[in-house]
Ligand binder design. Structure first.
Ligand code: PHE
Length: 339
């Protein structure tokens, strides 16, 4: 059926260029887009196609229809120019314009919010050594996050010092890289792609995180809390607050899970949030071993870090009722044009 759709499109391109009068153009239009036109009959046939092909066939037909419609408008404009001469007062045909993907929009907004309080956006490899992704972050050799289930290991020769290669499973891999790149005070935000072997309604194998890292003298939990509250209020709205819940990460001590107050119920508890709070991501005070691995003295410096999912905050902010996160990366233009 795909070939059939493409043939119809090509055939139309050939025919429309020969049209000599508005009447002929109208006839051509009806024979493709009219009630029993060629394209219309194909639309009716979609339901007979195998289920897994229907969405892409629908999309192809839609694109073909839009292209035919645009060509008709163009041909009509040309015919009327020929009749009355060129009329510069007729409004032009507006070309369809694309825009940045909504995840890119969220990344731009997040990095702008952190830049206002002095965070510098950095970028580190998205394929990196085990050392940066795990070992330097104080992971025990048998920590479950290292196993094959979560991490994509790259089939490449291991580095004699830094170990095997991985697709970065979190942006925390940028922490030790940043410590070795520059000296404190450090205020970085690392926004990058992350990869984990998960694919279901709330996970895509590729997703994005933003990681904050602050290292200086006398940095305490209050700075962490203040920064998270600042972000929550700026990104989600001035009435939102965060809370820290004890948790465990190998690379922070103490570690927290961060919750944000629910704006549906205002914190009293509802179906969405269970108890007034929504879970948003991890955070904590940088573990002394991690500072040491980054060449920074834990006697002299302390720091905090947090790492949250871009897709997650985006969905929470916009109230997008997407029942399958994979839609974000489906490249379905009907979905994307809405934003
Ligand atoms: N890297 C952690 C994750 O992927 C999040 C985190 C970042 C936690 C920084 C603490 C500090 O879940």
């Amino acid at each position: 059926m795909q070939d059939e759709i493409r043939n119809i499109r090509n055939e139309f391109v050939a025919l429309v260029s020969d049209v000599e009068s508005p009447e002929e153009l109208e006839e051509l239009r009806v024979s493709y887009l009219g009630r029993s036109g060629k394209l219309t009959s194909l639309i009716k046939k979609i339901k007979d196609a195998p289920a897994h092909e229907r969405a892409s066939l629908g999309q192809l037909i839609n694109e073909t229809k839009q292209s035919i419609e645009a060509q008709i408008i163009e041909a009509a404009a040309k015919l009327s120019d020929e009749k009355v001469g060129f009329d510069p007062t007729i409004p032009g045909v507006k070309p369809p314009m694309g825009h940045t993907h909504l995840v890119s929009q969220a990344i731009a907004e997040i990095s702008e919010i952190f830049s206002r309080i002095g965070f510098v956006r950095v970028r580190y490899p998205e394929v990196d050594w085990d050392w940066y992704a795990f070992e330097a972050l104080n992971f025990e050799p048998d920590h479950p996050a290292r196993d094959n289930w979560e991490t994509f290991w790259v089939d490449a020769k291991a580095h004699p010092k830094y170990g095997p290669m991985v697709l970065t499973p979190h942006t925390s891999s940028g922490q030790v890289r940043e410590m070795t790149r520059t000296k404190p005070p450090i205020r970085m935000v690392n926004i990058a792609k992350c990869y984990r072997r998960q694919s279901d309604v709330s996970h895509t194998p590729m997703f994005h995180q933003f990681e904050g890292l602050v290292i200086d003298k006398n940095i305490s939990i209050t700075h962490l809390k203040g920064t998270l509250d600042y972000f929550a209020k700026t990104y989600f709205g001035k009435d939102r607050v965060t809370r820290l819940r004890p948790y465990n990460f190998p690379f922070t001590e103490p570690s927290f899970e961060v919750d944000i107050s629910c704006d549906i119920c205002g914190g009293t508890g509802c179906k969405l949030c269970k108890g007034g709070w929504l879970e948003i991501g991890g955070a904590g005070m940088v573990h002394p071993n991690v500072l040491k691995n980054g060449g920074i003295s834990p006697e002299e410096y302390t720091g905090f870090a947090f790492g949250w999912g871009v897709e997650r905050v985006l969905m929470m902010k916009s109230g997008l009722k997407i029942d399958d996160l994979r839609t974000l990366y489906s490249t379905d233009l009907r979905f994307l044009y809405q934003f």
